[in-house]
Structures are given as C-alpha cells and as structure tokens.
Write a protein that binds this ligand. Structure first.
Ligand SMILES: [Zn+2]
Ligand SMILES: [Zn+2]
Ligand SMILES: [Zn+2]
Ligand SMILES: [Zn+2]
Ligand SMILES: [Zn+2]
Ligand SMILES: [Zn+2]
Length: 369
C-alpha cells in the first residue's frame, strides 16, 4: 500500500504490486474508485484539476464554478480561496494529466460512470482552469511541482520528450525543434512530417503520442509519461466487446433494443461494427451525422483517439438501427411510433416513460419547441 501524504491530508491511496507479465519494469496500480471522485459533484473526476498545497482533486468545471461563486461572495478580494474539501488556503491549481489518464482508464472499464453529454457540456462550459494558474501568494511553497502539469512554459524537467534526452528509433531532437503536446498524457513529442505514423487524431485534430512512441521503440518502461498505444489506433485495429453507454445519445432503452437486435442476428458486436465500417469505407452511408472533423477523409485505416472512436461507433450503430427492417426489431419495439424530435429530443433524457414509448433512433421531423 502506498499513500501520498502531506501533513494532515490523506490525498489518495494506491496499491502497487509487480505485474505478472514478463516485463519486470511494470507495476500494477490498484486504486479504489471512491478515491477518484470529485467531492463537489460526487462523480468520477472529469478533466481533473489538483489544488496545492493540499493536493485535493476536483472536476475542472466543479472547481471553477465553486471558485467563481466563492469569490463573488467574498468581500475581501485579496483573500485566498479555501479548498472546498479541507478549507486549506489554495495557493495554486492546475490540470493534472497523470490523474486524467487514470480517469480515462476508469471510464474505459466502467462506462456506466460516464455522465450524459448534457452534463459534460455544462461542466465544460464552467471549466476555466487552462493550465497551472496561480491564486494568491506563493509563500512557503516548494519550487518543485508535485505533479506534471500543463503549464504556459513547459520545461523539459516537467514533461520530458524522450527524444530530447536521447536517441530512439534513430532520431534525436535538434535543439529548438518544434514539439507537440499530447492531449492524453500532456507529454511532449517532436512534430515530424517525415514519418508514416500519425501524431494527430483526424477526428479532433488533437495530438496523441501513443502510436508515435510505439513506432520509435519507446515504451512506458523507459518513460512513464507517455500514452499506451491502445489509446491511439487505426479504426480497423480496434476491438469493441460491449456497447458504450453513450450509444443513441445515452438513451438506455434504445441501447437495450440495439443489444437485442445484435443478439438475435447471432453476430458479435465486433462483427456488426466491422460490417458497418466497410459500408462506411465504401461511402454507403451518409456521413453528415458524424460529429468529427475531416469526416470525408476518414477511413478504416485512419488513426483516431478513444473519444473519437466512441463517436464513430455511436454513428455506425445509429445507421445499423435506422436501416433495420421493422419486423426484425424485438417484439416490444416493433409498434413504437417515432418521436417527432428524433435523436434531438431532449425529453428522452429526463422522462423515462417517453424514452421507452417512442422510437428516438430516427431523424427529427420537426424542431424542438
Ligand atoms: Zn465534480
Ligand atoms: Zn484540500
Ligand atoms: Zn524532443
Ligand atoms: Zn480524436
Ligand atoms: Zn501521450
Ligand atoms: Zn422524444
């Protein structure tokens, strides 16, 4: 058991054991999910930020909104804000890429902890912590930052680029070379136009380092601050074993129907996804509903990030359902009429009876009131 402690504050607990596989340099980190929750909203962190010096963690949106409210209440503007969890005076706050990776890994395994798109959008509209912003005076604060963070001037000691430090895959960065910051781990990699491996996700135009470092023979036993290659992969090399909760706009009834349709067809989810991916490749489906950048350039050989891949499978499953003949739907879904507002309907998210009674995997036939 391993505790990260500061005087008076237990921050979080990890249990670290040697991994069973051959690679002796790996350890397995066990974390109680309860320790990965925000004490403001009680959900799993979203875009986690860490406050110093107490090192409590919150959703960026929750903390930002709390800060905004508490500073508008406080008469003395020069006074330090207090941590919402322990009331310690907050000296600085920053986004925490290390814990952000843990947050993503938890969501990969427990997709039921994923919040609805509406909740996320609201939270993100509050989020104001962009980097390592500083509140109040920095007295008594150690110069060394406890965690790697995104800062305005990133120095190599904080977020090292492996190829600035040494030669890997026959390449070493020249002094002053342009770098990209990975959106997954916050680490740096050289921006290279002469390599075959993509460094940016075509779906969101953000940089991801997993595929690049793998191609350069760098892995996390050399540098722990890089992404796993599984986080940035070709569409055709990905594997889905269960329906994400975000499918059909997060409407659980529609998810259930799609699940039954797939079961009845005797195919696996992966087989259905592969089949619809080739229809996508062959331009057999209208791409206008796909909420990604560069939609026309995307094929099954495109590298995309996990987030964009989720959107991609949601899109394919929409078309799978829309083109399903009525008589192949499960008995309780055959006679449902389509909601006028289709997939855009807001009522389906707060009225379960409505979500259940009408079909929402369809185009809107009129606008929301
Ligand atoms: Zn929160
Ligand atoms: Zn605190
Ligand atoms: Zn470099
Ligand atoms: Zn992406
Ligand atoms: Zn990365
Ligand atoms: Zn509706």
């Amino acid at each position: 058991m391993f505790f990260i402690m500061l005087p008076g504050h237990l921050v979080y607990t990890f249990e670290i054991t040697a991994a069973k596989d051959q690679d002796k340099n790996n350890v397995k980190i066990v974390l109680d999910i309860e320790n990965a929750k925000c004490s403001i909203c009680l959900n799993l962190w979203h875009d986690v930020v860490t406050v110093a010096p107490c090192l409590h963690n919150f959703c960026n949106g929750c903390f930002s909104e709390w800060l905004r409210r508490s500073s508008s209440k406080s008469r003395d503007k020069s006074q330090c804000a207090a941590c919402p969890q322990c009331r310690t005076a907050v000296q600085s706050v920053g986004r925490n890429h290390f814990l952000h990776n843990i947050e993503e890994a938890i969501l990969q395994t427990f997709s039921s902890l994923q919040r609805s798109d509406e909740e996320i959008a609201l939270l993100e509209s509050y989020a104001s912590v962009k980097s390592n912003i500083v509140l109040g005076k920095q007295k008594n604060q150690s110069r060394k930052r406890p965690f790697p963070r995104s800062t305005d001037n990133i120095d190599n000691a904080d977020l090292p680029c492996p190829q600035c430090r040494g030669e890997f895959g026959g390449f070493r960065c020249s002094p002053g070379a342009a770098h990209l910051q990975c959106d997954g781990c916050g680490g740096m990699m050289p921006a290279r136009s002469n390599v075959n491996i993509p460094q940016k996700c075509l779906g969101c135009d953000k940089a991801f380092c997993g595929a690049y470092w793998c191609s350069q023979g760098v892995n996390s036993s050399h540098f722990n601050l890089i992404c796993n290659q599984e986080t940035f992969k070709m569409i055709s090399q990905r594997h889905v074993s269960r329906l994400p909760d975000t499918v059909h706009g997060g409407n659980p009834y529609e998810k259930d129907i799609t699940e039954k349709c797939i079961q009845q067809s005797g195919k696996t989810l992966q087989a259905v996804i592969s089949e619809w991916t080739s229809k996508f490749d062959n331009m057999e489906i209208d791409r206008s509903r796909l909420q990604l950048n560069n939609v026309d350039a995307i094929t099954s050989r495109t590298y995309i990030c996990n987030h964009c891949y989720n959107k991609f499978t949601d899109f394919l499953l929409y078309w799978y359902r829309v083109s399903m003949p009525r008589n192949l739907l499960p008995p309780d879904a055959v006679n449902r009429e389509s909601c006028w507002y289709g997939f855009l309907c807001r009522t389906q998210h707060h009225r379960p009876d409505h979500a259940k009674k009408l079909n929402h995997v369809c185009r809107p036939t009129r606008g929301n009131p």
